[in-house]
Design a binder for this molecule. Structure first.
Ligand code: NAP
Ligand code: ZN
Length: 348
């Protein structure tokens, strides 16, 4: 039997999101039905529904930071049980057989991972995301939310948490390492908390000093404004690792100058526009400019366990579903502190 879910959907690229209903598929042998409690708002939701990353199929229900409770499982399900606290992030399926899937990098599936919304699923239907009351997901793409993290502050970990944890972990953030985080929004504030918990010395590079007090409270050791040109001379050659979370194009070459010799700047921000780089900014210090997309499923579970162990959740502002459009405007104005989370009980 299918489930009729309440949802909020974008009817077109240039339109406000509106209430609607969608059908969730019947629970298959390996599926889990989740009663969604909270859904985070990621800037990627906005890039996508507004068509900035290319044309979409509408109506489109965004949302890939999902936290809820399992209410039904298929007969073959072994990893989750009714009543479990669970999460779903940016992907809901992959081929499971290619070299990347078998290495735990399902996000780089050679056959194309199935995004949580707006892409064609293996059954030919278009996936619909977490701004909704229910979702059906194959059990391997459902994460366990550890005791000790409330569901509302856990939801943003499923994208903002893993997207920053993965490169911080891969590029060795830890004691003795200097890490800079560019942009203090949803991803940026998670990067600060996680890098601090990993033991790194953390610097925030924000457009202004407006959020300095928050940044220091979240775990940053230093805070500088990128609008101040002296930041780029004072901090030249300082950082082992820079995580760029900015949703718009920035001057990459200027930021590369802040790296040590051999340092790496990892781009997780995903503006649609190109990011030009001066070769000299790379070769002058044997520097690397890298990218990273979310993280694998096992790594996402590792991140959730790490966050539980260190008492890390997102800083959130819980909103009702009818405040989604206003929240989008505030995200676009860099006026988010630091993640909007929809209470799905307010869907109607
Ligand atoms: P967000 O909450 O809007 O944060 C972005 C921050 O960037 C803002 O808070 C602001 O911080 C800074 N910023 C915004 N516009 C800027 C501009 N014109 N110049 C300089 N700084 C600016 O967004 P988010 O949800 O964290 O997402 C950030 C980006 O990561 C988006 O492009 C999103 O699509 C992408 N993303 C990528 C992945 C991945 O797998 N790689 C996953 C999730 C999201 P300050 O006010 O501190 O300057
Ligand atoms: Zn996201």
């Amino acid at each position: 039997m299918t489930t009729t879910a309440l949802a909020y959907a974008a009817p077109a690229a240039a339109a406000d999101l509106v209430p609607t209903t969608i059908e969730r598929r019947a629970v298959g042998a390996h599926d889990v039905l989740i009663d969604i409690k909270y859904a985070g708002i990621c800037h990627s939701d906005i890039h996508t529904v507004r068509g900035e990353w290319g044309p979409q199929s509408y109506p489109l229900v965004p949302g890939h930071e999902i936290a809820g409770i399992v209410t039904e499982v298929g007969p073959e399900v072994t990893r989750h049980a009714v009543g479990d606290r669970v999460g779903v992030g940016c992907m809901v399926n992959s081929c499971g057989r290619c070299t990347n899937c078998t290495a735990g990098d399902e996000q780089y599936c050679l056959d194309g991972m199935v995004g949580t919304y707006g892409v064609t699923d293996r059954d030919g239907t278009i996936t619909q995301g977490g701004y909704s009351s229910h979702i059906v997901v194959t059990e391997d793409f459902v994460l366990g939310i550890p005791e000790g993290i409330e569901l509302d502050v856990a939801a943003p970990l499923l994208c903002a948490g893993i997207t920053t944890f993965s490169p911080l972990h891969r590029w060795g953030a830890g004691p003795g390492k200097k890490v800079a985080v560019v942009g203090l929004g949803g991803l940026g504030h998670m990067a600060v908390k996680i890098a601090h918990a990993m033991g790194a010395e953390v610097t925030v590079l924000s457009q202004s000093l407006r959020k300095q007090e928050d940044g220091l409270r979240l775990g940053a050791d230093h805070y500088h404004a990128t609008s101040d040109e002296e930041t780029f001379t004072d901090l030249a050659g300082s950082f082992d690792l820079i995580i760029n979370t900015v949703s718009a194009p920035i001057d990459v070459s200027a930021h590369l100058g802040l790296l040590t010799v051999g340092g790496t700047m990892v781009n997780v921000g995903a503006p649609a526009e190109p990011l030009p780089v001066n070769a000299g900014a790379l070769i002058g210090g044997r520097r690397s400019f890298a990218g990273s997309m979310i993280g694998g499923i096992a790594e996402t579970q590792q991140m959730l366990d790490f966050c539980a162990e260190h008492g890390i959740g997102a800083e959130i502002e819980v909103i009702s579903a009818d405040q989604v459009n206003e929240a989008y405007d505030r995200v676009l104005a860099s006026d988010v502190r630091y993640r909007f989370v929809i209470d799905t009980a307010t869907l109607s």
